[in-house]
Design a protein around this ligand. Sequence first.
Ligand code: BG6
Length: 478
Amino acid sequence: IPVDPFDLVIFGGTGDLARRKILPGLFRRFCAGQMGAESRIIGAARTDLNTQSYRDFAKDAVREFEPGGAKNAKHLKGFLELLDYVVVDAKGTQGWSDLTKAVRDDVIRAYYFSVGPSLFDDLAERLHKHKLDCPGCRIVVEKPFGHDLASAQELNQIIAKYFDEHQIYRIDHYLGKETVQNLMAIRFGNMLFEPLWNSQYIDHIQLTVAEEVGVGGRGEYYDRSGAMRDMLQNHLMQLLCLIAMEPPAKFNPDAVRDEKLKVIRALDEVAPDDVVRGQYEAAHDQAGFREQVGNPDSTTESFVAMRAHISNWRWAGTPFYLRTGKRLRERASEIAVVFKDAPHSIFDVEAGVHRNILTIKLQPNEGIELGVTIKEPGPGGMRLVDVPLDMTFAEALGPEEADFPDAYERLIMDVIRGNQTLFMRGDEVEAAWAWTDPIIAGWQERGEAPLPYASGSSGPDDALMLMHRDGRRWREIK
Ligand code: BG6
């Protein structure tokens, strides 16, 4: 469904995110007919470009990062015509009156703050000063949304000076991923799972977001951040919320976000020995973490695993195991819901013990798999085997249907539609920091260094122990 015409101003329009995600994503929506020719994208940055050179920049970005290739190439010219550029100094006076002239009053308007949080204050203030902060305007802000509770509160206060909460779209791109939204469809669109969705039937839940890549060129940022702040406080926390929340009464922004917030607030404080941190070592021709971030003494973690508990009626007694890291064996993200054993087995011991596991595969090969136990075919007696009921979306829906929009495409279109369901509310972000801050403070107080792990492994051995000591084990990263 096409969205209404809009002006999208991208502050940081020449930056990496604009190049890799925002511009290619908008192009794909244009190709899909969702974004019409009456809309405009206005790049705004300090870089000295003009509209033509910005269009060239966008052309290169699309060619490099948009996977549609030749199929979409015919739309490129039309798309580039929607692009405009204004040189704007976020901290100074240059360009603001040009920007005032560039935007229209009769279309939806959104400002994408694709810049570091240190500029949020200046941008918001200048938008206000130049009367660019119309009541219907939206602003989009990227993570990291602060680096602890105090800084997140400060950012929220800064933005709240000029914009209402209903105008603010805090992006966590994991919420834009197809399978992540499917999580809600699975839970609340089927009768099958919800009655079993509690500690009576679920033994534990595992959340894994494993990356094969290292910190790449983002060493400086990453050394200040680490896996806890970069991934766990936001992406894994969002997954945890969606998997654990109560059914919202409606699929609307506040109903969903209220339920997520309750999950975060019900999380217990994490005991020090329930968390394992790791840092990858050099391998073959690849530099190790410390070398990559340019800090030989770095004690920042590139891996974190933990056991979390949600103290409420639904989940008391069911642990949630979370792990995420870089330079692991493979890129594999999944949520595994491991059900309890049947209360009594009518079969011989030899038939073995079997468990149902519902796996929601986020990437790659998005899909859902339900492990069920059946009789092993053949005359060998009543022997049981586990088989997967496998619904890989690309197979079940066909490659066309499974050609999902990238998370950013979907989220930007939601901004234009004015739908905040897949965006984080200020109180949610603060509650998430309130939970992770003491964990990080504990490491600092105890002077704890992360454990080294081999690149291409599944993280430090102690992470395996985290589950072994409970008589459980991680699913293999494969
Ligand atoms: C980002 C993190 O938010 O998410 C990166 O800053 C990480 O460090 C990335 O690599 C992972 O996203 P995806 O979509 O590739 O799983």
